[in-house]
Design a protein around this ligand. Sequence first.
Ligand SMILES: [Zn+2]
Length: 459
Amino acid sequence: MKPSRLIQGGTVVTPTAMYKADVLIQGEQIQAIGTDLAPHPSAEVVDATGLLVLPGVIDAHAHIVLDTGIYKTPDDWLTESRAASFGGVTTVVDFATQFPGQSLEEAVAARLEETRPSTIDYGLHVMITDLPPGQEDALGVLPELGTTSIKLYTTYRPNYYADDATLLRLMEAAGRYGLVTLVHCENDAIVTAATEALVTAGKTSLRYHGAARPMLAEEEAAARVLLLAEAVQAPVVIAHNSSPRTSAMVAAAREQGQLAFSETTPQYLILDASLYEGSEPWRYILQPPLRAPEARKGLWELVVAGQIDMLITDHCDYTQAQKLEHDDFRKTPGGLPGLETLLPLIATYGVAAGHIDWMDLVRMLAENPAQIYGMWPRKGALLPGSDADLVLYDPAGEDTINAEKLHTLAGYTPYEGLRVQGRVVATLRRGEFLVREGEFLAEAGSGQFLHRQPMEFES
Ligand SMILES: [Zn+2]
C-alpha cells in the first residue's frame, strides 16, 4: 500500500476558483479533492487550517549549474533544488546546452548527468548553438528525448548568437517537430554600439550596465523574432520581458492567432534601474538589465490585464565574490539568484499589493508554464490524477528577505531587506514532503526528469 496523506482544512487555489477543501494524496498523485473524503485509516492527516493549498510552482526558465563557456556558476543541483524546495518550486525547466561539436543527444545526456542530485522534477530546454544549414532535422530527435523546447539568442557573440537566417530556419524546423522556441531578445548591434560608446567615454563601471543594453534593443529583437516566427508558423516564447512594450507585442501577436507567449520576472516587476545609481550596483547585473520605474509599472498593468503568460526567475547562482570581482559591466557575469524568492515576492508584490489574486498567481506560476511546455495536467494542476505537487502557504505574517536565511550558494540576494507577506509552510513533490516547517526532508536524487509532450497545433 502506497502511503497516503489527507491535506485537511486548507483553501485550495486553482486558476478559476478558491474554496475550502481537503486534498487526498495516494502515493505520488492526487486522488481526490473535496469535503467528504474517506481516506484509508492509515493515511497521515496534515492540518492545513488557515493555509492556502497551491499547486507546486513551476519555474519554466532557470539556469542551475550554468556554464556559458566564459563563466560558470559554482552551484549544483542539490543546493539549488533545495533552495527551490524552500520556495515552493517543485518543477523547473532548465537548459541543456549544446556545446560546439556536440550532438543534441550528447548535450541532453551530459546535462542529465549533472541533474541527478535534484530533489525537484525538471524538464530541459535545449540551447542550440551548432546546427549549420542542412542539419535542422537533427531537431527531430528532441520529441523522443522529451525535450520539447529549444532556446536561441539574438545576442552574445561568439558562443550563443544566432543571426536572423539561423533564427528563421531553426524556428521553422522546431515548429515542424512541435517544439516551442524560447528566444532571448536583445538586438546585438544596438547593445554592441551602446557598449562601445560607454567604453569610449570611460564609463565601464557597473553603474553603466543598464545604459549598455537599451530597452529598444529588446523591443526591436522581440518584434523581429515575432515576425520571423509568424512567417514559419512556429510557436515562440519571448524570454524575460523587461519592457511592457515587448509583452504587449506578444499579446497582440497572439490576438492575431500566432502561438506566441511571454514571460517576465520578479526582478523587472519589483526592482528598477535607479538601483544602478546606488552604492551596490553589483547586486543587479543581469541581461536584459533593470529598467526605469515606468517600465516596471507598465509590466504590472499587463500582468493585471492577463497579458503576461508566465512568471519565471531566470535563476543564475553566481556568487557575491564573482559579482564583485570586477567593477566593469563587460566582465561581470549576468544573472541573479531567485528560485527561493519567486513565490513569496509574487504573493507580496502581486497579491498582497492588490494587483492580482491568488488564482492569477497560480495561473502564471503553474498552469500556464505546464500547458505551454507540454507538462499539463500531470504538472501545474490540482486535479485527480495530477502529480501531488503542493505548496502549503500561510498568507499571514511578515518576514524580511535576508541572504543569510536563504539556501543558495550565491551569498546575496537582489531583494535584500525587502518585506514579504506570508511564508511557505510546506512543499510536497509527488506526495512527499520536500520541506516542512523549515526543515528539509527530501532525499537527494529523488527529483525526476520530465519527458514533456510536443505542442499540438495546426500548421
Ligand atoms: Zn535565461
